[in-house]
Design a protein around this ligand. Structure first.
Ligand SMILES: [Zn+2]
Ligand SMILES: [Zn+2]
Length: 368
């Protein structure tokens, strides 16, 4: 650990008065406070150093010891740095809760989270849903204030003086949540009897959620101000509805398109066929041309994700030639197995007699 000259860190002369040192600390700590520079390790390190310097120089005994040690820096084992968390607490004890962030969060009502599971078509084409759940709503007796009607208003907590936290012994004593006000900094003098001063009551709540067309899984709909009520006049939280899309047995979404596989038999692939295929709105017909290869992609125009403006997406259908499963197929009866095997033998004999029907196989077999 390199030697830190606490006077230099605070930019004051070694004979500076306690007032000058405090002013320098306040100014520098305000500038470098982590609440002002979130995710900036350099500022955090400076803040920690400045705080360490002030914990030493603001204490007459430590300062005197530091003054002696400063003349022989190699003996400086008392140059112990403090952690950022301790530096923050120390800052609040000297300067006060200037950033005020924690208290605001305590008073705002909590958000309510709800997961709405819907079908793929409902998400892609847009839909309306009724949701119902039990959650904290505004207590009607006190209108959310938490004070008994005609009672005396809430006041600052006498134990923590409104800070919400109380400090332990000593200059670096730990701050803990105040037990009287539970960190709110406010207490009800005449709490509402129906909600015991919380301003909130458990109730059935119902909302209509509209899912716009083209919604993707994981999308969030926020209903402003419909979360849990705030405390002591704070704003309510929000209702956050996360959309979960149930897996469709055949269809899935790829950007603006809907994709699916279309299994066809060998015979259908050879002769061509008109085959029904599931779509978002029901079903469509795909015309398979004779002799189609496995993996061919067909396009159903306009059957994909619709758009407010511009062309809708398409449904992309990948043709998969399904080879009859005969071996190790417990669902197939012995009779079925025999019938298919017999037909396959006939097909194989015909193909060997007329190799032009399978030109690729024929070419490769003859060259190898
Ligand atoms: Zn109430
Ligand atoms: Zn308190």
């Amino acid at each position: 650990m390199a030697f830190q000259d606490h006077y230099a860190v605070l930019g004051v002369k070694p004979d500076a008065s306690p007032e000058e040192i405090k002013r320098a600390y306040r100014r520098l700590a305000m500038e470098t406070h982590p609440d002002r520079h979130p995710d900036d390790p350099a500022a955090e390190e400076r803040f920690r150093r400045i705080s360490t310097a002030y914990t030493v120089l603001s204490d007459p005994v430590k300062r005197a010891r530091f003054n002696r040690a400063r003349l022989m820096p190699e003996a400086l084992e008392l140059n112990q740095p403090i952690t950022v968390a301790t530096a923050r607490d120390f800052f609040s004890s000297v300067v006060g809760d200037v950033f005020g962030r924690q208290r605001k969060q305590r008073r705002k009502g909590r958000d309510i989270r709800y997961t709405l599971s819907i079908e793929l078509a409902e998400a892609v084409l847009g839909s309306e849903h009724e949701i119902q759940f039990e959650a904290n709503g505004v207590c009607t007796t006190c209108k959310g204030g938490g004070t008994k009607p005609d009672g005396r208003p809430a006041e600052g907590c006498p134990i923590c003086k409104g800070r919400g936290q109380v400090k332990g012994e000593g200059i670096l004593g730990r701050w803990t949540t105040c037990g009287r006000c539970h960190g709110m900094g406010m207490v009800q003098v005449d709490p509402c009897g129906d909600c015991r001063g919380s301003g909130a009551r458990r109730e059935k709540r119902a909302f209509r959620v509209s899912v716009p067309m083209g919604t993707e899984s994981g999308a969030e709909r926020i209903v402003k101000g419909q979360g849990e009520p705030g405390r002591f006049g704070g704003p309510p939280g929000n209702l956050r509805v996360t959309i979960n899309i149930n897996k469709h047995p055949f269809l899935s979404r790829e950007g603006q398109d809907i994709v699916c596989e279309l299994p066809v038999s060998v015979t259908e692939a050879v002769r061509g066929a008109r085959v029904p295929v599931p779509t978002l709105t029901g079903s469509g017909i795909v015309k398979i041309p004779p002799g189609i290869g496995s993996g061919t992609r067909m396009r159903l125009r306009g059957k994909g994700v619709p758009r407010e403006r511009g062309a809708s997406g398409d449904q992309l259908v990948t043709v998969v030639i399904e080879v009859p499963r005969v071996a190790k197929n417990s669902a197939l009866s012995q009779q079925g197995r025999d019938a298919i095997n017999e037909a396959l033998s006939q097909l194989e004999r015909a193909c060997e007699e007329h190799p032009q029907a399978l030109p690729k196989r024929d070419a490769q077999r003859r060259s190898s």
